[in-house]
Each structure stands twice: as structure tokens, then as C-alpha cells.
Write a protein that binds this ligand. Sequence first.
Ligand code: ZN
Length: 271
Amino acid sequence: MLATVWNCGMMKPRLGRILAPNLATSPCLCLLVETGSSLLLVDTGLGTRDIADPGRLGRSSAILNIQRDPELTALWRLEASGYSPSDVTDIICTHLDRDHAGGLSDFPHARVHVHKAERDAALNPPTASERERYRECHFSHGPDWVAHDKLSEAPWFGLDCIRDMDGLPPEIVLVPLPGHTRGHTAVAVKTGDGWLLHCGDAFYVSRELSEDGKAPLDVRAFRTLAHNEHRLAMLELVRLRRLAKVTSGRITMFATHDFAACRELDGKSFG
Ligand SMILES: [Zn+2]
């Protein structure tokens, strides 16, 4: 199992350098997983249609200020690697926010795995903020959803998890981390080099995983706005900190929008 980190989107929020300097350059890190017989993606970042028409991303598109570089899409990166979109059989989404699910329609034949609570919230958003964060246009092609919510009796490094998902290899495990969104999950992938944990938006900069947990002020302020249920998200962050401590570097953990992680990992393969 080979997994490669790809940045599939870049946002430079307006006034970000002044109001949130640690988030002023915000990538969208995804994973390409090559199993030997199929290709999988973990998250899709922004899609080619979003790059062509950022208005698809809703009212906040002007603030997000996505960089309109088609080379920063999963589709472009896949084709540049010699693959075709139809080679991607499955996509596993940490959650379905616009900056994670924007590329789903570039892979209309792929099955889309996600936590059931997330799929349900995205297709029928219960609140005004959820009606804004999930974009109907990202799902209008009718994805072939595979929704998961059955916890395994065997935890993953002490955390509740979902294993042995229909059509996915056992080396891929979902770790539910609700809070950022209702069905937000981290996605663990076991490679020949050890476990990778794509943490989605459970944190923003790696300093949040340190033992004292002191995130920069701008990150702390931003996450209160970004999380659907902040208290729950903070509890999950405590669990990730504990995981980082007990595994002491044996698991490569990264967050979607961490620019330092992007500089270190973009294009890097594990396995
Ligand atoms: Zn995000």
C-alpha cells in the first residue's frame, strides 16, 4: 500500500495575514492511495469546477480567496501522474465541507465513503450554517455513497474506529472525530512505512498536538467559528494529543490546512 500526500487546493483568505497569520496560506492536503489493484483518494480538495467558478463555494467564496490554479486539483495531479479519473474507484472523505468535497464531481464513477452522520447532514443540512458550508453543487452528480457508522469492537490505538469497510482494504480505518462537523472523521492508512493519519480539520497547525496544547491565538479564534460543535471538537483534539503522545512519532499525523505540513509532505510517498 503506497500513499502519497497531495495538496489539492490553496486558499489565501482576504485579510488573513492581518487577522489570522497562521492560516493566511491554507492548503488542502489529500492522499492518493495505491493498493496495487485500485486507486483511492482521501478527500478531494477543491474541484476543477470550483477553480473555474469560485462562486460555487457560496457566500464566503470572496473571503476564502481560492487560488485559481488548475494544477492544484486532484484531477490535474492524477492525470499528470499518468492515471485517468476512472482509475479512482473509491474516495474516502474526512467530511464534506466545500474545501474537502469540491473535487467529487471530477470523479463521478468513484464510490464515496463517509460517516453516515456526515452524508445525512450534507444532503439535508439541519441548520443555516450547515446549509452554507455544504454545497449542493458538489453532490448534484449523484455520488455513489457508501455510508459508515458501525464501530469496530477492536479500537485503533485506543480510539473508537470503523474497520473492514465495504469495498476498502483493511489497512484503511475511519476514526470518528465529530465536532468540526457532525460526521467528521480522521482517516488512517497503513503503509509499508507505518500508519498515516489524515486528521482533516480536527486541528490546523501541528503545535495544537503538543502536550501543552497552546495553539496560536488566531487559530484558537478561528476554530470557534469553524467548528459545528466546538466543545465536542476540543474533546476530540484532546484524544489526538494523547494519541500523539503515546505513539511518539510512530504515526504521521497531519491536518488538511497546515501549511508547514504541506511544505514538508506535499508529493511525499509512504510505503
Ligand atoms: Zn477544511
